[in-house]
Design a protein around this ligand. Structure first.
Ligand code: 13P
Ligand code: SF4
Length: 345
């Protein structure tokens, strides 16, 4: 198959060769991707996997990517912490980040010598957009000596101003690792409140919010419980506190997956982005998923056609100013030294 084909211009043909090359992938995802869609996805998947080999590229995909990306072309799948760890140790010339821009910046910060591609440069994040480096400098001037903990859902110049980064998988552990009475926590106000509820450290908040998780309500969780008695409710800590109070488990995306593997609930509702349930359902066919749906418009900008185009053209490539990257890397490395919490957040 020619990998030079213009994805999106005319559909790539679903040949017998493509069908054979992608059959095992389809068998895995058939529960979440209708058979009529496979002739559209399969030629793109085959072309991407071929070009990936030619370019010595690896594809890192966040848990919110659609199943055809997640299971079709990704070499590594995970939460923000897992993608950061993998970005630091990956052995390849090119990294394609299937996620959003702050995640691609993480890969570039951790591996500056590599080409890091984000298939759609506009894949942003409401949390990352809520704060600038100048905002952090003002906070530091207002609270001198108080360390700044930065959730990685922030751009490189913001992370460069922080003392240490965290993800939802290790936020409490990171805050407690500092050994101080107070921390400034940016940019997610809800995650900051959740951390404050789990520690004696005083948390000074920045009121950024995830546009996906802030929309969930406690009323809708009560309604799921009414409709499906016994359903196990798992929520991401980017949700408002009144939503988290209704949940049986709170954790990062990968924390939720590990919890399902351990607890094996019969029926689950994941209070998070839509694609999570599809991806997790593939791994746990015996668990049934009630699917509330809040889409992340930024995550959904990444598609098979733009991944193929990105590998063909080696654009858009992420650049981070070397001095900003050096300072942001220090905050990231401090976080990686702390690691993941035993129980998610
Ligand atoms: P985690 O996968 O780290 O839990 O992050 C969730 C999220 O919203 C990332 O954008
Ligand atoms: Fe940002 Fe929320 Fe989308 Fe994650 S789900 S990228 S936090 S807007």
């Amino acid at each position: 198959m020619s990998t030079e084909a213009q994805a999106g211009a005319s559909p790539l043909p679903f040949t017998a060769e493509v069908e054979r090359a992608t059959r095992a992938i389809y068998e895995r995802v058939r529960g979440v991707i209708p058979e009529v869609e496979w002739p559209v996805h399969a030629p793109l998947i085959a072309a991407i996997n071929e070009l990936k080999r030619q370019r010595n590229a690896v594809i890192l995909a966040h848990n919110y990517q659609t199943p055809e990306i997640f299971y079709g072309v990704a070499d590594y799948r995970g939460d923000s912490l897992g993608l950061a760890q993998e970005g630091a140790r990956v052995d390849a010339d090119v990294i394609v980040l299937c996620g959003v821009r702050f995640m691609a910046e993480t890969a570039k910060i951790m591996s500056p010598q590599k080409t890091v591609l984000l298939p759609d440069f506009e894949a942003g994040c409401s949390l990352a957009a809520s704060i600038t480096g100048a905002d952090v400098r003002r906070l530091k001037a207002r609270y001198p000596g108080v360390p700044v903990v930065c959730y990685v859902n922030a751009y490189a110049d913001v992370r460069a101003e922080a003392d240490i980064c965290c993800t939802s998988a290790n936020a409490v552990k990171v805050v407690e690792s500092l050994g101080t009475d107070r921390v400034i926590f940016i940019p997610d106000g809800y995650l900051g409140r959740y951390v404050a509820s789990k520690t004696n450290v005083e948390v000074i908040l920045w009121e950024g919010a995830c546009e996906v998780h802030e929309r969930f309500t406690p009323q809708e969780i009560r309604e799921y419980r009414r409709q499906q008695p016994g359903v196990h409710v798992m929520a991401h800590p980017e949700c408002p506190p009144e939503v988290l109070r209704e949940a049986d488990f709170v954790g990062s995306t990968s924390g939720m997956i590990r919890h399902i593997a351990d607890a094996r609930p019969r029926q689950v509702v994941l209070i998070t982005e839509c694609s999570m349930s599809d991806n997790v359902a593939v791994e746990f066919p015996d668990v049934s998923f009630v699917r509330p749906c809040n889409l992340c418009p930024h995550m959904k900008r990444i598609t098979l056609p733009n991944i193929l185009r990105s590998l063909q053209t080696l654009t858009p490539a992420i650049e981070v100013d070397p001095e900003v990257a050096r300072r942001a890397r220090r905050s990231m490395e401090r976080m990686l030294a702390v690691g993941r919490s035993a129980v998610a957040a």
